[in-house]
Design a protein around this ligand. Structure first.
Ligand SMILES: [Zn+2]
Length: 231
């Protein structure tokens, strides 16, 4: 899929949606995405251009149904059938209240206005920031964006081919223009998942850009925050 590098103006009704930049998705974590922590400097470079930053946090109960250990005889990365359809099984990750579920300590986005937790219902996984994996249980994010008149979403974070990708597709399904900043994401790439999500991006009208495309006058007084874990 072609990555656009044409200049793109950020406006005050845009939201930067930072998906799951948590310890368990970074090197050393329980479900580490290769180079996952490399998204952080890119996110820091573009964050000051946005008036509104929203974070998501994968937030599972200890024996969550998306964990392989909850399915006797199954192993991580195998598929199973849930009541809502096929589901990939994962190693235990982002368990509520554990260090793995915390934001990466280098992530300096205290200016974020919302932390949206997802995947907390024991029987349903949630890749998307908008809907859980049954495709009908809402997280409330669409209502939040509409009530705040945030009309376009830019997506960054982890993982490109799962939580970032499904969030972008759902944004389009709900009528929001959705732009994925490719170099501010890293992928798991399991069983062709990158090719699959990019085919769906094309069909849904999700734009893929490089961070060099983002232009707007950045207030030099707008500083990065402090590491989130020090709140
Ligand atoms: Zn998860």
């Amino acid at each position: 899929m072609r990555i656009a590098i044409n200049p793109l103006q950020i406006n005050p009704q845009d939201a930067l949606l930072v998906i799951d930049v948590q310890n368990d998705f970074c090197p050393g974590g329980a479900l580490a995405v290769a180079g996952g922590d490399e998204v952080i400097p890119v996110i820091h470079r573009i964050a000051p251009r946005f008036d509104h930053i929203l974070l998501t946090q994968d937030w599972h109960s200890p024996h969550h149904a998306s964990f392989a250990h909850a399915h006797p005889g199954k192993h991580p990365f195998e598929q199973t059938e849930m009541s809502y359809g096929p589901q990939t099984l994962w190693p235990d990750h982002c368990v509520q209240g554990t260090p793995g579920a915390e934001f990466h300590p280098a992530l300096r986005l205290t200016q974020a206005e919302l932390i949206l937790r997802k995947g907390f219902r024991p029987q349903i996984d949630s890749y998307s920031a908008f809907f859980e994996n049954d495709r009908t249980t809402s997280t409330g994010l669409a209502g939040y964006l509409r009530e705040r008149n945030l009309t376009r979403v830019f997506l960054v974070g982890l993982a490109y081919d799962y939580c970032v990708g499904y969030s972008a597709l759902d944004a389009r399904r709900l009528g929001f223009p959705a732009i994925v900043i490719r170099d501010a994401c890293r992928a798991i790439d399991l069983n062709g998942s990158v090719a699959s999500i990019e085919a769906q991006f094309v069909a849904a009208g999700v734009e893929l850009v490089d961070s060099v495309s983002l232009s707007s006058s950045v207030d030099p007084n707008r500083q990065l925050g402090v590491p989130l874990k020090h709140l």
